[in-house]
Design a protein. Structure first.
Length: 152
């Protein structure tokens, strides 16, 4: 069965960088609400997954004091779609942090389909996050302890 994606040139390689030694992963199953009129996962679902795995990574890894002191907002999302996901597919969301500057935090995410033959890359994302003060909602600097804990 052909895919509408196969005839479109994508530069997926530009977003995929070498993962951290231990990327953070969660697994999700494609649900009926994720499917669009083309009978595959809607692009907004990929965006939701990118945000969900980033939040899960932060919640699972950052100490409570960091989670209480720092909020995050997205400055930029880039997603390259390689091949579609369909109803019932088991999906691995893999994320890791790239470079953290004083005011931005680069995060990479891969969306991969699990199958008996292994994993297939469905999409790759690069997101730029900005830390905010949760009380004021204003941007703040990435604390050195956060940079050293998460970035490569």
């Amino acid at each position: 069965m052909g895919s509408a994606f196969s005839s479109i040139p994508f530069a997926v390689a530009c977003l995929v960088t070498k993962p951290a030694p231990h990327p953070f992963e969660i697994t999700v199953t494609v649900a009926p609400a994720d499917i669009d009129q083309q009978n595959h996962v809607n692009n907004t679902v990929y965006l939701r997954w990118v945000q969900e795995v980033a939040t899960a990574h932060w919640d699972a890894t950052a100490p409570a004091t960091m989670r209480d002191a720092i909020g995050w907002v997205v400055l930029r999302h880039e997603i390259d779609y390689k091949t579609p996901a369909c109803l019932g597919d088991e999906i691995v969301l893999r994320t890791w942090v790239g470079e953290a500057t004083r005011i931005t935090f680069e995060r990479f995410t891969e969306v991969r389909k699990l199958s008996p033959r292994g994993q297939t890359l469905l999409a790759a994302a690069r997101t730029i996050w900005v830390p905010i003060n949760p009380e004021t909602g204003k941007p703040t600097r990435v604390p050195p302890e956060v940079r050293s804990r998460f970035s490569v």
